[in-house]
Design a protein around this ligand. Structure first.
Ligand code: ADP
Ligand code: MG
Length: 686
């Protein structure tokens, strides 16, 4: 052919093709998105020319076709757009596109391979999957001959007169042997659905199928990929709730309907549209991440949006579309990008706006959705300061009777009754209303409120709120006796003498037997109407253990044994009775012991007076020896007393019964101990 021409693509890099081919092995399916985007661009440019009056012909059928031939291993992307002249091919394909690809590769060759696939390579990404690429194109301009371009993945190309008779462009890929899968109908249809289903020009691939005589056969109707319009580009005012629901079901078939949606629509200072849906979230387990799809001008880019939206928002579902998000850079760069930061805080704000709006407009409806929202709102509050500033006003807590409060409302509701002597308001809570039922009832009888903190994040929420709310302290309702949980500075004094108290504790320790090291015993006046004995578990230790289970940095607390305290209610007649029996049985022996012990005690007192408050390092060796002797002398009596009391407790049915009752009311009596309790109870009833 006379005007055929061969040339060398005008770049310096000889080895760009091998790089293109190799790079992004896993992600090289993006070539399809690039070629379709170009076809869409070409179609839209023709529309623009037509509306400007420059192009006066018929636009006709605009459908972009993807034609596959698995016998020749070719894939053709055919459009009816504006086409290219020979000069345009030279300029746009041979020079600009290639230098664009070259620049792109030079910049991102060394970067994380999972992200460089996001845009930028353009036309030349075709070489990731092809040994040879051809272009057959005919410009919209009248009297211009068609052009054929061909390139074998080397910097040389041929350019000659083409055969295309209609306006538009065919991009023909001769697939490499290792990329034959891209000639398969199903594969390409899937990819088109993934990347191109919201593009504004119809895209056809293959034909629709129907069931005939028990098998699926092709019809003559073209299979159009993008049948559903992208709802987010429409104006919210033109859409009904039903439209949003329908769109959600289209995006996420088989998912439970969402709670509500947010339509994002910004054009200054950046461009962003999208629809985010709140899924129902009962627990961590059913949180589906990676359900926000990121688009760039309606072309799918990715469904992992970390870096673009704050972490806590990744549990939302929906679409975000922005030409302003730099897609071909690393995630760490994304996070520092000013545009991305603005987008991120805008989305956060919009989400908060929407929640606040629902909260204000229909509190009852909001409360009824709270169980599904709680995890999200709490997680957002803890992890994102800006969100917390807003959520503070619409986050709720729920008491055990099902009443909802904002933090401010709750403080008002309980501060009068639950403020302790230090001016802190104590928020009582339960992690298990059934297990802690007795404690809850008792608290309610006193007019206290108990919060339900049974959620998965609640241990964190409690720590977080203690930092954020002023003068608020949380206490699990069974962490101690109510008098101690909310100290008013007016506790009732235990009516027993010190000797009686020590004796009681000694007897109880004896009754505990082998379990002694795990338990402590204390005495308190809980009122005559209270239970004779209750079990409490230190708030601090329990929280540490809980933390250890959640985060490894607290690991050292994980192996702390569970420590349980038994509080004997000295105002209860059974405890008084126990004390009296102990004194009746052991009184004389204890008095005798005390008499024998007295000289040793006097000696200790005199010695301590002599020492004053000198530290052991300032004592002479004689003094140290003296100290040791006195100590050992006293230890003999202590041991004797303990033996006496423990021995008595070990066989005292009432003491044992009191311990078991306390454990039982906390659902902690198990196995052999439970069996013994039952037998003993039967005996006592005889
Ligand atoms: P970009 O799309 O970012 O401009 P590409 O490498 O994808 O970069 O394409 C380079 C250029 O080649 C386009 O700008 C366009 O001018 C031209 N081009 C590519 N594909 C087509 C097509 N199907 N129809 C018309 N022109 C095209
Ligand atoms: Mg392009």
């Amino acid at each position: 052919m006379s005007n055929a021409q061969t040339g060398k693509i005008g770049v310096t890099t000889e080895n760009i093709f091998p790089i293109i081919k190799k790079f992004l092995y896993s992600d090289h399916e993006i070539f399809l998105r690039e070629l379709i985007s170009n076809a869409v661009d070409a179609t839209q440019k023709l529309r623009t020319l037509a509306s400007a009056g420059e192009f006066k012909g018929e636009i006709g059928d605009e459908t972009i076709e993807v034609v596959l031939d698995s016998t020749t291993n070719t894939l053709t992307v055919r459009d009816h757009g504006l086409g290219m002249t020979r000069e345009e091919v030279e300029r746009y394909i041979n020079q600009i596109a290639l230098s664009g690809a070259e620049e792109f590769l030079a910049k991102f060759k060394d970067k994380d391979a999972s992200i460089i696939g996001h845009f930028g390579l353009g036309f030349y990404s075709a070489f990731m999957v092809s040994d040879r690429v051809e272009i057959e194109t005919k410009s919209w301009q009248e009297g211009i001959e068609p052009v054929h371009w061909s390139c074998e993945g080397e910097p040389t190309y041929t350019l000659e007169q083409g055969t295309r008779t209609e306006r538009g462009t065919d991009i023909i890929l001769h697939l490499s042997p290792d990329c034959k899968e891209f000639a398969e109908q199903n594969k390409i249809q899937d990819l088109l659905r993934k990347y191109c289903r919201f593009l504004p020009v119809p895209i056809a691939c293959g034909f629709k199928t129907e069931w005939k005589d028990g098998k699926s056969v092709e019809t003559t109707e073209r299979n159009i990929i993008n049948s559903e319009p992208p709802l987010w580009v429409k104006r919210p005012a033109d859409l009904k709730e039903e439209d949003y629901l329908k769109f959600y079901r289209y995006l996420f078939p088989g998912q439970e309907d969402p709670l509500f949606h947010i339509h994002l629509n910004v054009d200054y200072p950046f461009n962003l549209t999208g629809i985010l849906y709140f899924p129902k979230m009962k627990s961590n387990f059913d949180i589906q991440r990676n359900r926000i799809q990121l688009y760039c001008n309606q072309v799918f880019v990715t469904d992992s949006v970390e870096g673009v939206v704050p972490e806590f928002l990744t549990v939302l579902h929906g679409v975000i579309d922005s030409p302003d998000i730099p897609l071909n850079v690393s995630r760490s760069y994304l996070q520092s990008d000013a545009n991305v930061r603005k987008i991120s805080s805008h989305i956060t704000k919009k989400v908060a706006d929407r929640l606040e709006e629902i909260f204000k407009e229909d509190r009852k409806a909001y409360e009824s959705k709270w169980e599904d929202l709680k995890l999200f709102v709490d997680y957002g509050s803890i992890s994102n300061e800006k969100f917390w500033e807003r959520a503070e006003k619409f986050a709720l807590v729920r008491d055990v009777d099902g009443n909802f409060f904002t933090y401010e409302e709750y403080q008002k509701a309980v501060e009068e009754k639950q403020k302790n002597k230090d001016g802190k308001t104590v928020y009582l809570y339960t992690t298990d209303p059934e297990q802690q039922w007795g404690y809850i009832e008792e608290a309610k009888e006193r007019g206290y409120s108990v919060l339900q903190m049974t959620g998965q994040l609640d241990a964190h929420v409690i720590n977080f709120l203690e930092q954020k709310l002023t003068d608020v302290q949380f206490a699990r309702v069974d962490a101690d006796t109510l008098d101690r949980l909310i100290e008013k500075g007016e506790e009732r004094k235990v009516a027993l003498s010190e000797a009686e108290q020590n004796s009681l504790i000694g007897v109880m320790k004896g009754a505990l037997g082998d379990r002694r090291s795990q338990f402590s015993v204390s005495l308190e006046d809980l009122g005559a109407e209270g239970l004779p004995a209750v079990v409490t578990q230190s708030e601090f230790m329990r929280r540490m253990r809980d933390m250890a289970q959640m985060s490894p940095q607290y690991n050292m607390f994980a192996n702390f044994p569970e420590h349980i305290n038994i509080v004997l209610n000295t105002a209860h007649p059974l405890v008084t009775k126990l004390s009296q029996t102990v004194m009746a049985a052991l009184g004389t022996k204890l008095e005798d012991l005390a008499m024998r012990e007295k000289p040793a005690l006097d000696e200790e007192k005199a010695f301590e007076e002599k020492l004053g408050n000198r530290a052991p390092s300032d004592q002479t060796d004689e003094e140290k020896a003296e100290h040791k002797r006195i100590h050992e002398q006293l230890e003999v009596f202590t041991n004797e007393r303990n033996e006496l009391l423990n021995g008595y407790g070990a066989t005292n049915a009432l003491a044992q019964q009191l311990i078991d009752l306390a454990l039982l009311s906390n659902n902690m009596l198990k196995g052999e101990a439970l069996a013994k309790f039952v037998r003993r109870s039967a005996e006592l009833l005889e």
